[in-house]
Design a protein around this ligand. Sequence first.
Ligand SMILES: *Cc1c(COP(=O)(O)O)cnc(C)c1O
Length: 415
Amino acid sequence: MAYSDTRRRMFAESIDAIKEKGLYKEKRFIWSPQDAEIEVEYPEGASHEKVLNFCANNYLGLSSHPEVIKAAHDGLEERGYGMSSVRFICGTQDIHRDLQDKVSAFLGMEDTLLFPSCMDANAGVFEAILEAEDVIIADRLIHASLVDGIRLCSAEYDTFKHMDMKHLRKKLELHQDKRHRLIVTDGVFSMDGDLCPLDEMCDLAEEYDAMILVDDSHASGFIGKTGRGVHEHFGIMDKVDLITTTFGKALGGASGGCVSGRKELVELCRQKARPYLFSNSLSPVIVAATIRVIDILSKTTERRDKLEENTKRFRKGITEAGLNVREGVTPIVPVMLYNAKLANDMSRDMYAEGIYVIGFFFPVVPAGAARIRVQLSAAHENEHIDKCVAAFKKVGEKYGILGLDKKGIVEKYGM
Ligand SMILES: *Cc1c(COP(=O)(O)O)cnc(C)c1O
């Protein structure tokens, strides 16, 4: 047998090495629809617990919204379950075109191309538009899927220090001899909840004749006055050349993504992007439901407004409770703990208090920057938020970290 015992042992040792480093990801099972309250089996085999969910990307509470479910049912009835084809052979229905047009209008872009996921959009976009005489200049903390996409492209790859505009300027100067310069950033960085300084980046792009691509996966639907994204937040909707984003977070939470932007760039993706050409078309079920999501968000800002209120309530409560949070305006609120074990232990105690949150540590965040990342949702009610704050206060007290700053926590627990 080719899959010999020796070979089996070698792979098992690789898994053990992950465990020894404390990086093993345990299985967790959700027995309910995704919502503010979920039923969780954790660890595997344990009895189910009803807990409040503060770690989903369900920012607008649309993942199980009745109207979205209804639209998915209608899509299923009217256009079937699957396409059994890639887009350009026989996988494009009228509703795929409708969704593209609606996304373009919502994001204020010229054209849009759907992908099976935003990971796929990022995997395809760079190779489709850039070549060896071009350069990509990216923030050092961009999402892993952007890094992978950039690796698949022959353009030179350079980086600038996280959100450091002086450094970006230097890199733009350095690459003035290239044919095209493309600046790449996340709109909202998912681990810290920072908004990128897109206004300054667009000024630099103009000054140094560069294009800009923003991955707005953690912004589309709720950042900006009407939820269009980071470009709306800064009032520069016409200055961004390309947006990639996901339908798997605020916009219904199922799956799918897109490249949206200047029409020639989107057309090049349609001609050349490999995940578009070689991976199956989005299911009509998801397309129909996402159309409904965009319709809802185009009509009312009720949900993003509620999310904003929830974010303010939580940020105020958690700060007053004496926990050390990174300041910001987004619904991603990192409770900083610095020490990986502390983050892990506290998240387990939070679970016992009925609050589902996850500790993040190296390599997901830099070593010595462990945290519990809290994510707010429009599905949360005031009493959910207050319960989460109270649990943090109780657990924080147990570990003696209330009122401590970074120095205090590190002195007590180490990095
Ligand atoms: C989640 C995320 C993705 C991946 O989105 P999928 O549609 O799930 O593949 C890409 N980029 C960023 C910044 C993300 O946060």
